[in-house]
Design a protein around this ligand. Structure first.
Ligand SMILES: *Cc1c(COP(=O)(O)O)cnc(C)c1O
Length: 455
């Protein structure tokens, strides 16, 4: 099928990426022959553990589409897992990277410091929540940032235990696997895991029916009884859980946890790797809940697709480590830092927070309509351009992973990239780039609605 509806992006947002026609266009089945060829090479050359969701060979992306080697143009409702929030190959990011790559590509910040790293630290100290003195350290991936936040909290408190939550996701390295809740596919067979990691119950309003205060009381009781505050260095939580199913905690849950941490010399770490940088309709999701974390981990959306991550937080905590205790060969690479400065400039000055809210309203309205007509869509939740649909058996309320997988598969076959998530695999998450047009997003949601009806 070919759709050639003329389409423009919102005037508040510059068109990201090469100026690709903003359309869903299928000229072959998915995957087409060129994509098939690459996938055969992938199967032969790349480790089987590295999976893929969309069976295409990507060759270009921008605005709200990803184009494959066969000439298909797919609507992008995933942003490469919440990374290309700005839009793929955003012009500001492209220009900054091109300028930096021609100057120098690496010195190692721990050997010969350079300005862009310091400027990224200054920017993060300024834009993260909390009107107190902050410091930042840069790394390469979300998991690495989380590992370092835990190191820093342990060094500062001189305590060891860390509490993470049910449905939490924090990465795939050894410590972050231990912090991550879900066994398949993240942990199964990969143990033993790091020690001194404990799990507390999460506030999950759709399934636990608890108020934020009651859910916090329950979590704090588990922590006090099973861990003990004198052993506890840090609590780490995603303000809105990502892989776990876009679970938005009930009002009051996060503030109660923060208050308890503060009273007990426990470092409160907000893992904003997925929620950060305008994604939720605020620069950081912590703002939506009125909390000021001691430490914030960021990555994904930070640099328009370049690999960069950060830990930002209270200066006295960040400064607890001896010199040489933090860092890494590539951490804060100058090309990634140049990209981050361009990205942060766009987040602050190009109306992107407002755009995330607009997309959130559009997503929520359309999904709620679908829900009203079909009880298999049990819950619509999220904030800004981070919205999820949870699918259930309408008679029992049990998660329906098979239905969810069927919808996602049908959407991809029809040229709409959607991602699933959730502990029970029954959630479709919508993470469109903020550069997508309203029309393209509407068309993508029409395809989702059709796929649900047909399933
Ligand atoms: C993706 C993610 C991570 C891990 O980031 P990587 O860059 O994949 O290591 C950690 N925490 C959260 C909340 C994430 O969404």
């Amino acid at each position: 099928m070919s759709t050639s509806v003329p389409d423009t992006v919102s005037p508040t947002v510059p068109l990201g990426g090469p100026t690709l026609p903003q359309e869903r266009r299928l000229v072959t089945s998915i995957p087409g022959p060129r994509s098939e060829e690459l996938l055969a090479r992938k199967a032969a050359a790349v480790a089987a553990g590295v999976g893929h969701t969309v069976p295409i060979q990507a060759v270009a992306a921008g605005g709200g589409v990803v184009v494959d080697a066969d000439g298909n143009s797919l609507i992008d409702l995933g942003s490469g897992i919440a990374v290309t929030t700005l839009g793929n190959a955003h012009p500001k990011v492209v220009a900054a990277v091109q300028e930096q790559v021609a100057q120098f590509t690496h010195t190692c910040f721990m050997i010969s410091p350079y300005e862009s790293y310091v400027a990224v630290a200054e920017a993060l100290n300024r834009i993260t929540p909390g009107d107190f003195e902050k410091k930042t350290a840069l790394f390469n991936s979300g998991a690495e940032a989380v590992e370092n936040a835990v190191k820093i909290a342990r060094k500062y408190t001189k305590k060891q235990a860390v509490v993470a939550f049910d449905h939490g996701y924090h990465g795939r390295t050894n410590l972050t696997m231990a912090l991550t809740a879900k066994n398949m596919p993240y942990k199964h067979g990969f143990g033993p895991f790091a020690s001194e990691v404990y799990r507390a119950p999460m506030s999950y309003p759709f399934r636990d029916g608890l108020s934020g205060a009651d859910a916090a009381k329950k979590a704090i009781s588990v922590i006090e009884k099973q861990v003990g505050v004198d052993n506890l260095a840090a609590v780490i939580i995603e303000p809105i859980q990502g892989e776990g199913g876009f679970i938005v905690p009930a009002d009051g849950f996060l503030p109660a946890l923060v208050e308890w941490c503060r009273a007990n010399n426990v470092v409160f770490i907000a893992d904003e790797v997925q929620t950060g940088f305008a994604r939720t309709g605020a620069m950081f999701a912590s703002e939506l809940f009125g909390i000021e974390p001691d430490l914030i981990t960021t990555a994904k959306g930070i640099a328009g697709g370049l690999p960069l991550a950060a830990v930002t937080g209270r200066a006295e905590i960040m400064d607890a480590s001896h010199a040489g205790g933090l860092g890494g060969t590539y951490g804060g690479n100058p090309i990634a830092c140049a990209a981050a400065l361009a990205a942060i400039d766009a987040f602050e000055n190009d109306g992107l927070i407002e755009r995330a809210r607009e997309l959130g309203a559009l997503l929520t309205e359309r999904l709620s309509e679908i829900q009203a007509a079909d009880p298999r869509l049990g819950d619509v939740r999220g904030r800004g351009a981070m919205i999820a649909a949870e699918f259930v058996d309408p008679t029992t309320g049990e998660p329906d992973a098979a239905l969810t997988a069927a919808i996602a598969k049908a959407c991809i076959a029809q040229g709409v990239i959607v991602l699933t998530c959730g502990t029970y695999g029954n959630v479709i998450r919508f993470l469109p780039p903020l550069s997508i047009s309203d029309n393209l997003l509407r068309e993508g949601l029409d395809v989702v609605a059709g796929a649900l009806k047909a399933a």
